[in-house]
Each structure stands twice: as structure tokens, then as C-alpha cells.
Design a protein around this ligand. Structure first.
Ligand code: AMP
Ligand code: ZN
Length: 113
């Protein structure tokens, strides 16, 4: 776990962030700069810099299940939601710890910017 990784620090409960979901491998919390009425980040507790480093496809699949569990708990299952994984520079990734954006509460435009 890189000491300087803010998402590792959140996952290790070293920062006072309210968790919306937690299981053995993942936690979810509100994005600090929300782009939708609901904008939650779901992250693995283990550090992976990006989707490219998450060679364990099982972990990625379980991450998506954690996202859907979180979406259900936030009552987004009826209205729908979007899941985004930004990867690398052109993908717009700014925090180098794998995370799933769960966004909802409004109609999500397509294509994204
Ligand atoms: P990305 O651009 O895909 O890497 O997304 C990083 C996201 O993390 C952005 O939406 C930021 O608003 C969010 N973010 C950065 N630092 C924090 C933090 N300490 N707590 C919550 N969200 C954060
Ligand atoms: Zn990390």
C-alpha cells in the first residue's frame, strides 16, 4: 500500500470518510467533487494503479458486483445508473488507484465528453 495513495488511506480507514458500502475486498464512498446527484467511488482495498494492473479478472468482476450492491442500496436500481472506469491519461484518470465511478440520480448523456 503506497503511503501517499489517498484511496489506500481511505480504504485503511486512516481518513474520516463515511463508507456507503464495505465488504472484504471493496469500499464505497462519495466522490469529493460529484458530477451527478449520486456520484460514488467503489475501490478495492488492495492497491492497483489502474484497470491495466488489475490482472485478476475475478477481482474486477467482484468489483462490479460491489458497484451493483451499492447502487441497489442507494435505490438506483429502478432509475438506472452509469459505471465508469477511467484508465490512464487519455481516459482522464487522475487518482492512480483503481476505482469505479457509480453515477446516477439524473439522465446520463451519451457520448461522454
Ligand atoms: P478519476 O479522474 O477517474 O481518477 O477520478 C478520481 C475521482 O476521485 C474524482 O472524481 C475526484 O473528485 C475523486 N477524489 C479525489 N480525491 C478524493 C477524496 N479524497 N475523496 C473523495 N473523492 C476524491
Ligand atoms: Zn492505493
Amino acid at each position: 500500500m503506497p503511503d501517499e495513495c489517498v484511496f489506500c488511506r481511505i480504504a485503511q480507514r486512516q481518513l474520516p470518510v463515511e463508507l456507503l458500502y464495505e465488504d472484504a475486498e471493496f469500499v464505497a464512498f462519495n466522490d469529493a467533487n460529484p458530477m451527478a446527484p449520486v456520484h460514488v467511488l467503489v475501490i478495492p482495498k488492495t492497491h492497483f494503479a489502474s484497470l491495466l494492473d488489475a490482472a485478476d479478472s475475478g477481482l474486477v468482476g467482484r468489483g462490479l458486483l460491489a458497484v451493483t450492491e451499492t447502487a441497489r442500496s442507494l435505490k438506483l436500481d429502478a432509475s438506472g445508473f452509469r459505471v465508469v472506469v477511467n484508465c490512464g491519461a487519455d481516459g482522464g484518470q487522475t487518482v492512480p488507484h483503481l476505482h469505479f465511478h457509480l453515477m446516477g440520480g439524473r439522465y446520463m448523456q451519451w457520448p461522454p465528453g
